[in-house]
Structures are given as C-alpha cells and as structure tokens.
Ligand binder design. Structure first.
Ligand SMILES: *Cc1c(COP(=O)(O)O)cnc(C)c1O
Length: 367
C-alpha cells in the first residue's frame, strides 16, 4: 500500500506546461503572470484590491507595517496558531497579546475585550483550519475600540462567512499559498485590503520602498522589504485558482466521510460550520486516557504508512513567548489542543477509501 501523507498539493499537467512556457519566455520575475494572477484573485474575492507576496508571513508583516504598528504597540492574537502569526508582531517591534481559543479553535471573542489596553492597535485573528471567525462580532469589537483588523486567513482561501468569501470584505486579509495550503504558488501569499489609499504604501513596503513619478524618476522614502512574487509562481497560482472550488468541495466530501467513519470514542472531532473549507482535519485525542503518547501514536500510524501532523503546539509555551511572561495554565484550551491535536491525511487527490483506512488505523492504534 502506498504511503498516505497528511497533505499533498495537486498540480495538473496544464499548469506544468504553463510553467514551462513561462520558463522559456525569458520573463521570470514579477511580470504579466503576476498581474494576471492578482486580477483573477481579485475577481475571486468579489473585486477586492489584492497584492501578491512571496509568503503569507511577508504579507502579514507588511500589513502590520502599513498600519504603522511597531514599538510600544500591542496586537491581540490567538494563543494557538502557526508561529508565523505572533512572530511577525514581534518582528515589527510590537507585543503579541495572546487570548485563548474556544471550542471552535478560533479566537475566543468573549475574551478579546478584556485583553484590550490603551496600547492595543490591532486584532489578528486566524480562521483556523478554514472555519471562519464570527466576523460580525470581530469587526463590531474592533470598531468600538478603534482597532485595525489583520485577518490571518492562511487556511481560509475560499471559506465563507454568512455567504461572503473571507477576503472579500474586512480590513486587511492575508492568504498563504504554501504547498500545504488549499491552493499553492509553491511559496507565496496575498493581501486583500479595503483602503485604496494604502495601495501605494503597500507597493513600497513590498518592493524596496521604491516609488516612481510620472517621468519615471525613482524615489525611496521608506526601507521596504522584498516580497514580490515571481511570474513562475504566479503561473502555478493561476492554474490552482481555477481548481480551488473543486479542491475545497472534495475536502468537504472527504471530511464528511471522516465524520461517518470515525469509531475511536472519547476523541473530540473538529467543529463543523458554515463556509468551512477544511484546510485540515485535526481531531483531539486524549492520549493519556488511551495510555499512549502522541509521538508513539504518530510512529505507529507511520508504520501503517499514514502520515500525521501536529497543528499546533500552544504558542505562549515557546521559549520566545515565555520570555514575555507567559506560563503554563494561562490558556487552557490552547494548551489542551497543543497536547492532543493530530492532523490526519486530507487533500483533494485522496479518495473515500483512504479516509476509511485512516479511521481503521486510528482505532487499531488506540485500542
Ligand atoms: C502557513 C501559515 C502562515 C504562513 O504562511 P507562509 O505562506 O508559509 O508564510 C501563517 N499563518 C498560519 C496560520 C499558517 O498556517
């Protein structure tokens, strides 16, 4: 039996041929394919302004910079996410203020207001695994306190909140196109934004701080970074975007099968909800009760030729964030997820029989 990884990108032959064409064209860096990819993405997001980046991490960092967030500022973010989320807050010199997640594994909006101080400048929620945060409540809180919102939508391309695509509304919304995500540009990301007056500054922050006047004379008035996507990567993105909705449909179908086939009792399956795109399927397994460690579980699944991931350990328990004073016990939900989560195989090329095989293997390993 073939090894079943926990995720795997689907790149079709037409995209591969398209990439070969770009490679032969002589134009590899940012050019016509980036322009086309950005315009397709904008169309997909209902006409929003969109800029592509070499990564979501870069897009999130630039989003903080365009809001002038830095030294002395605080940004509220969940205690359970990929470490890129709080890292970029640290990188611009601000302080991440963690808030626990709730049973949806998204930021617990009941706790956000208690974390707001006069230093708070923004909220950076994560649409975890593609399940949208309650954006009505989120934006209502942000508005009441005059805060910017930077949505980490790395998992949520195609997800919808009350029938509206994540990134088709809201303040600043960042997507990731890393190969593990629901669509890929190999490495890459994008920022969807609301305020047209921020467009020129975003361009400068993305590319060396360079601006040009009507005569084409160059000026530099801020030390911008270097985050522009290549045409090769953008060509992959164009092919992926065409398939995105069918990829997400397949993910939903496979997840339904997971819910039907799951036998192991005492585990907590992820929250289902409207507009979910299932970037991953990550049940919580109380390993202590089963008398097995997570690493042992992963090893035994691997023996059965099944890949298992861990997304994610609680952020505040990493050394960097303990240095800010965070301790075990601060965020019980994030910590429980950190201890018990496993990411099981889910990607569009899988079949329902693969899901059945995974469910059986889990039951065997836990029994
Ligand atoms: C993947 C991921 C990122 C970073 O994306 P890159 O494109 O790899 O920089 C940020 N936040 C979350 C929640 C992620 O899963």
């Amino acid at each position: 039996m073939d090894y079943l990884p926990f995720t795997r990108p689907s790149i079709d032959e037409e995209t591969i041929a398209g990439v070969a064409e770009v490679l032969r064209s002589g134009w590899l860096a940012t050019g016509p394919n980036v322009a086309k990819f950005e315009s397709r993405l904008s169309e997909y997001l209902g006409g929003r302004q969109v800029k592509s980046f070499t990564s979501a991490t870069g897009a999130l960092e630039v989003a903080l910079q365009v809001c002038d967030i830095g030294e002395g500022d605080e940004v509220i973010t969940p205690a359970m996410s990929f470490t890129a989320t709080p890292n970029v807050i640290m990188r611009v010199g601000a302080r991440p203020v963690f808030v626990d997640v709730d049973s949806s594994r998204n930021l617990d909006l009941d706790r956000v207001e208690d974390a707001i101080t006069e230093k708070t400048r923004a909220i950076m929620p994560v649409h975890f695994a593609g399940l949208p945060v309650d954006c009505d409540r989120l934006y209502e809180i942000a508005k009441r306190h005059g805060l910017r919102v930077i949505e980490d939508a790395a998992h949520a391309i195609g997800s919808e909140f009350r029938g509206k695509k994540i990134g088709s509304f809201g303040d600043l919304v960042s997507f990731s196109f890393h190969p593990n995500k629901n669509m890929t540009t190999i490495e890459g990301g994008a920022l969807s934004f609301a305020n047209p007056e921020e467009s020129a500054k975003l361009d400068k922050l993305r590319f060396h701080g360079i601006s040009k006047d009507e005569q084409g004379n160059m000026d530099v008035d801020l030390p911008g970074g270097k985050y522009n996507l290549s045409d090769v990567a953008a060509r992959v993105g164009i092919g992926q975007l065409e398939k995105l909705d069918s990829f997400n449909e397949k993910r939903r179908k496979l997840v339904n099968r997971y819910f039907e086939c799951w036998k192991a009792e005492g585990c907590e399956l992820p929250s289902r909800g409207e507009g979910h795109t299932w970037h991953m399927f990550a049940p919580l397994i109380p390993f202590e009760k089963f008398g097995i460690s997570r690493s042992e579980f992963i090893r035994k699944m691997h023996e059965k030729k099944i890949g298992v991931g861990v997304h994610y350990p609680a952020l505040h328990l990493f050394s960097l964030y303990r240095e800010l004073g965070y301790r075990e016990g601060d965020f019980p939900h994030a910590e429980k997820i950190g201890r018990e989560t496993v990411t099981l195989p889910l990607f569009p090329m899988m079949e329902e029989e693969d899901v059945e095989r995974v469910c059986e293997a889990v039951s065997e390993v836990l029994s």
